[in-house]
Design a protein around this ligand. Sequence first.
Ligand code: NAD
Length: 249
Amino acid sequence: MINLKGKVAVITGSGRGIGKSVAEKLAEAGADIIITDILVEAGEATAKEIAKKYNVETLFVESNVTNSESCVALAKATMEKFGRIDILVNNAGITRDGLFMRMKEIDFDLVIDINLKGAFNTTQAFYRTMTKQRTGSIINMASVVGLMGNAGQVNYSASKAGLIGMTKSLAREAAKRNVRVNAVAPGYIQSEMTDVLSPEAKEMMMRNVPLEIMGTPEDVANAVLFLSSDLSSYITGQTLSVNGGMIMQ
Ligand code: NAD
């Protein structure tokens, strides 16, 4: 069994959905957890719930990944309470789907700002500490559409492809400090993000999934757990697909 006792994990956008599931999975393995989100009520409730359920230390910090000062404050709060950071999961993300022809500049900018620049801001806030410690695992939440593209998601797929590029470049820089950087690329996962899709759209997507079911947040969390742990100590710069076989590289 994977043991993360003594490790400290920060997961952005972890008040609900995949981020919350990742936080639970890492807590189950013994890590202390920082929940951070713009959703204050959900974030506070999640931090309390996880502390009680898994008997670990948790902290909720309200933070917006688009604001670099907010990310620095998050890192400061983390260091004040725990004195270290071992695992950073850049999970916060949104969609603003629409066909390219009608896509508004504001929707392109917002998706890039949160999904891609948000990971840059958060990682910058924690990076120096990780390199000084000479240990750390950074995991960026990409997406299958960052690898294959998707009609109606020019903004979203660009942000996720960008994250994969950022993962590879930073992995090359950080390796000499024993900091690993990887990405996870989920396919269609049950969550509030995909709940909004019509039954027809879901059915169409399922036709491309050899395993013929949607994934669960826990399926994604299991991949993050692996990349967080020493079981993946020789793995960096990679993108781990969790997509039911939707694409095979
Ligand atoms: P979700 O909407 O349930 O969760 C996203 C979380 O990010 C929310 O708690 C939200 O409040 C938070 N967030 C949004 N903007 C933020 C900001 N500016 N600062 C801080 N937090 C912010 O969606 P989810 O399905 O759990 O998605 C989590 C991640 O997984 C996203 O990066 C998403 O792109 C990725 N993903 C999801 C799927 C899927 O099928 N659900 C597939 C591939 C990738």
